[in-house]
Design a protein around this ligand. Sequence first.
Ligand code: APR
Length: 271
Amino acid sequence: MEPVLAACRAALAKPGHVIALTGAGVSAESGIPTFRGKEGYWTIGAREFHPQELATHTAFEAMPWAVWAWYLYRRSVCRHAQPNPGHLALARLAAALPDRFALVTQNVDGLHRRAGSPDAQTYPIHGDISQMRCAADCVPDRWPIPDAVPDLGKGDAVDAAIQAQLVCPRCGGMARPHVLWFDESYDEPRFHLDTVRRLAGRAALVVSAGTSAQTNLPWQVVQLAARAGATIVDVNLEANPFGDIAAGSGGVIRGPAGAALTAIADALISR
Ligand code: APR
């Protein structure tokens, strides 16, 4: 681990942003399943449907309450989870580097925010499972899913009382989960596309943690940053495409994200 920590310190001496790019592996230690792991959401899925089918706008149009049931079940899992040392380490880093740290997260679980990562430095590029927005996009606003909407277990249905609460506060039409679905595209107002690309183009260091590198914008972040001369570091239990890039840059840490991110934060804060 020491050579990677040294590479992180050296990168910090260069001008530019420090970006943490996180995925489901960072929340795995909080008990939230990953997507593609052995017990992952996409691996074991929902009882009736292949889960990736559910995470689409097409599915929402065809069976909105089945899709809502799936997300309200996942919302329950997230609400009962607690931030872990990995989340806390990144919140400390944000506080220590207020002008040059950015957290780009694929996670919709809200644990980074609950760990203290400030909204001004946090970019949830796949949305937030605790929020909803108008399904007809009458306005770009997002609202918290009402607290009165109860936790749902796996396979539980969304009854009429809950349906009555999942409405757009502006037009009264149906609301939808504020998450990015597989048949949808990144944009700036909802998923910080341009901001994140701009930050990546000015990065000095990118720490990728707990992601299998399977989605588009994270790839853009790593490639834009590498092209800008940034140091790339990868933290993961397993090999992955970002690890291949990091191996030729700041190096890789093959171990749990909680301990690795804590060591990286300590190394950068105490430099
Ligand atoms: N510490 C470090 N890495 C871990 C840990 C851990 N404790 N546990 C798992 N990992 C790693 C796995 O080895 C894997 O590479 O985390 C990664 C999780 O990968 P995925 O399940 O594919 O999750 P992620 O990369 O975040 O998925 C990206 O895909 O399905 C969409 O929108 C969804 O945001 C998600 C996106």
